[in-house]
Design a protein around this ligand. Structure first.
Ligand SMILES: [Zn+2]
Length: 321
């Protein structure tokens, strides 16, 4: 391991946890950068690559705790020092085992992204890349669950209620955006970026429940709004997703290109169906690709009312705590 700290220091226990997490997943050789400014560190490290010039660490109401970039110039794991410091040593080790999983995937050439040849347009590729990222998260989380690690924070049931709520709010915000109303390409970009974040979380959550709970998501542990959101936005698409993912092994088990692309094709089909449930359709025709809101006003009005009610409740809870 090669460890750099930027404007911060680590305890011996933290350094050992980093080393243990990487070793358990098989990514001992990784470059790890612990930093007080994750966003700037990522941008600076990859200043030779324009794609990272606008890298941002904010994610729908939250902050990124770590980012692994598997760049051709060499993979690097960036850790936010403040969040790392707030977490337990066990959580520190788990975080590095997870991030190391991305390094392992890249080293084995088993990344699920960059497979442009599978689709005919950039619009479809964006969806393919989203499911690819979600599958990689699934494979890592499945491996970690099999290794005996506790559930991670991202796919945890406690964060699912919040994730469902912010996804709903972000979709409503995109739909009410005048710019998106005037230009279907802007609508597509905004909506698919919200959905990509959510499907990634589904991938995380599926990793643990496929390994431990026979694929059953513990919906009964969500609160009332959470259950309503789950039934609306996920519902029986969960079982269909788990059905596809169950055949995909943890990151420690090799997959051939044929297996990877088969899994991707099935997951992309699922994703397009699921987008229909959420209320959007990507039409691929001879004239090109179009992205449409395919759901009724009534459905979105109901979602708006539910999101407003949950917002009010969450504000009350924040005042109390
Ligand atoms: Zn990850």
């Amino acid at each position: 391991m090669s460890l750099e700290t930027r404007d911060c220091t680590l305890s011996k226990a933290q350094t050992d946890a980093i080393e243990r997490g990487l070793a358990r997943i098989g990514a001992e050789e990784s470059l790890v950068i612990v930093t007080n400014d994750l966003q700037t560190s990522v941008r600076d490290h990859f200043s030779h690559d324009a794609r990272y010039a606008s890298y941002s660490t904010s994610r729908g109401g939250g902050q990124v705790a770590a980012k692994t970039v598997t760049h051709s110039s060499g993979p690097a794991i960036f850790i936010d020092h403040e969040l790392f410091n707030l977490a337990t040593i066990d959580a520190n080790e788990r975080l590095l085992a997870h991030e190391g999983g991305h390094v392992v995937a890249a080293r084995k050439g088993e990344e699920f992204v960059s497979r442009h040849h599978m689709v005919g347009s950039q619009e479809e590729y964006d969806l393919l890349a989203s499911v690819g990222i979600a599958i990689e998260e699934f494979r890592i989380e499945r491996e970690l669950a099999d290794m005996g690690y506790e559930e991670g924070p991202m796919g945890h049931i406690d964060s699912m209620g919040w994730m469902l709520h912010t996804t709903s709010v972000d979709l409503l915000t995109a739909l009410l955006d005048p710019e998106a109303g005037a230009d279907p390409a802007v609508l597509r970009e905004k909506v698919t970026s919200v959905l990509a974040d959510f499907v990634k979380v589904l991938g995380y959550a599926a990793g643990a429940v496929v390994a431990k709970l026979a694929g059953q998501f513990p919906v009964d542990r969500l609160d009332k709004h959470g259950v309503d959101n789950w039934d609306d936005y996920v519902g029986d698409h969960w079982a269909a997703l788990v059905n596809i993912l169950s055949d995909i092994p943890g990151i420690g088990t090799p997959m051939t290109d044929v297996e990877i692309e088969g899994a991707l094709a099935r997951s992309l089909d699922w994703y397009v169906q699921w987008m229909g449930r959420v209320g959007f359709t990507l039409n691929v025709g001879v004239d090109g690709v179009s992205f449409l809101r395919s759901s009724t006003d009534d459905l979105w009005t109901a979602r708006l009312q539910r999101a407003a009610a949950e917002n009010a409740l969450r504000e009350v809870q924040e005042d109390v705590s």
